[in-house]
Design a binder for this molecule. Structure first.
Ligand SMILES: *[C@@H]1O[C@H](CO)[C@@H](O)[C@H](O)[C@H]1NC(C)=O
Ligand SMILES: *[C@@H]1O[C@H](CO)[C@@H](O)[C@H](O)[C@H]1NC(C)=O
Ligand SMILES: *[C@@H]1O[C@H](CO)[C@@H](O)[C@H](O)[C@H]1NC(C)=O
Length: 375
């Protein structure tokens, strides 16, 4: 669960009141469910929920010279997130010209990004932590994990004439991007999204300078780990795979690590399918990334809301993009010996031959063999 239920219901209560105040019908109300999904990649109830949440938070409409409704500006933004462009049909229904869409998208994105305090929430109570960790452990057998940490890269365009800036946006796969730090749980809910930096940024540097990174490394979240890929340094709170597994225990641990890490790949893949704007965020210059950042955060908020409303993303077209291979500092790093010990202890306790790591594979193979006998 991405955010506490009481909060969720409190929001809905408030909405009930707001709704009573609201007379006008959305300019999109007569579209059928299928057409709505095609336009917004969200369901009708989900769109209504988002619109009402924005209504509560939006103090002032952009382009105040015209009689705009919150419904129509939200629709324009949602349509842009879903397709990476504003369709003429949606703009027309909303009564807007294409020239208006940019500022509308920026404004609405700012408002939805601001909703992340409610809808993108890191587990902060003892109970919430235990519940996230329980589900991760159930999936992969690694205990005390609060989520999966990764740098999420989003393509942008950068001017090749400004060589230094351009180079700063080129990532390890050779394309220009911005990168945000994302943490998700084992169900693909986004628990944290921070930063929007040029694509060449080291993920370790993102972590070191992020709020979550500093909180976790300073033990503010207790003795929990986040799962990180090879681009991170092993620490007492970032659990990386063993780079050269020397025995079966370490190999089993790496398999478990890969299994939970894969949730992040699926999650980002599903976000980019639903919100195709994330496939290409348009022109960016260093120092003016706030609006990109708002769009990324807004999509994280909407992703969590869509999961909450059980709205699946559009089906897969083509391959799911792989996660970027970690960008590592070339200088060798000194790994904290305490962290190495902690990971060894975990592998020994949970992935050595006689332990549960073996149990899991043992019980699954025995259950499959008993299934074979039943055939
Ligand atoms: C960012 O968005 C704001 C509105 O929220 C807008 O005034 C500003 O011009 C935008 N910046 C860029 C670089 O597009
Ligand atoms: C991992 O090891 C700890 C300590 O021995 C144990 O309490 C826990 O149940 C183990 N978890 C799994 C999934 O094996
Ligand atoms: C596996 O290798 C690691 C590192 O060399 C070692 O600490 C651990 O005891 C080994 N485990 C087994 C079961 O041999």
């Amino acid at each position: 669960m991405a955010f506490a239920l009481p909060v969720w219901f409190a929001v809905q209560d408030e909405l009930g009141q707001e709704e009573a105040d609201r007379g006008a019908l959305s300019p999109f109300h007569h579209l059928d469910d299928e057409a709505l999904f095609q336009m917004f990649h969200l369901s009708r109830t989900c769109i209504a929920f988002v619109t009402d949440s924005v209504r509560l938070r939006m103090k002032k409409l952009p382009l105040d010279t015209r009689s705009l409704s919150v419904d129509s500006v939200v629709m324009v933004a949602l349509n842009y997130y879903a397709h990476g462009a504003s369709s003429a049909a949606v703009l027309q229904r909303a009564g807007l010209s294409p020239a208006d869409s940019g500022s509308i998208i920026n404004t609405v994105s700012g408002v939805i990004a601001g909703m992340s305090d409610q809808f993108v929430s890191f587990p902060l109570t003892r109970h919430a932590r235990a519940s996230v960790a329980f589900r991760v452990e159930k999936l992969c057998g690694i205990p005390k994990v609060l989520g999966v940490l990764a740098p999420a890269h989003f393509k942008i365009r950068a001017s090749p004439y400004d060589k230094d800036t351009f180079r700063s946006f080129v990532n390890t796969l050779g394309y220009t991007s911005v990168v945000s730090q994302i943490i998700c749980d084992s169900d693909g809910n986004i628990l944290s999204v921070e930063k929007c930096s040029a694509g060449s940024t080291f993920e370790q540097d993102l972590w070191d300078s992020s709020f979550r990174g500093r909180e976790m490394e300073n033990e503010l979240h207790g003795s929990y780990w986040v799962i990180g890929g090879k681009g991170y340094h092993l620490s007492k709170h970032v659990l990386t795979p063993v780079s050269e597994p020397g025995n079966d225990s370490e190999a089993r641990f790496n398999e478990a690590h890969a299994k939970i890490y894969d949730v992040m790949r699926t999650t980002l893949g599903s976000m980019k399918r639903r919100f195709r704007c994330l496939m290409q965020l348009g022109f960016a210059q260093e120092g003016s990334l706030n609006n990109k950042s708002n769009i990324i955060k807004a999509c994280c908020v909407l992703h969590n809301i869509a999961i909450k409303f059980s709205v699946p993303p559009p089906p897969i077209a083509g391959k799911i993009e792989r996660l970027l291979p970690g960008k590592q500092h070339s200088a060798p790093v000194e790994v904290d010996p305490e962290a190495v010990k902690a990971r060894q202890k975990l592998i020994k306790e949970n992935f050595s031959a006689v332990c549960s790591g073996q149990d899991t594979s043992g019980s699954s193979s025995s259950s499959s063999s008993s299934a074979d006998e039943n055939l």
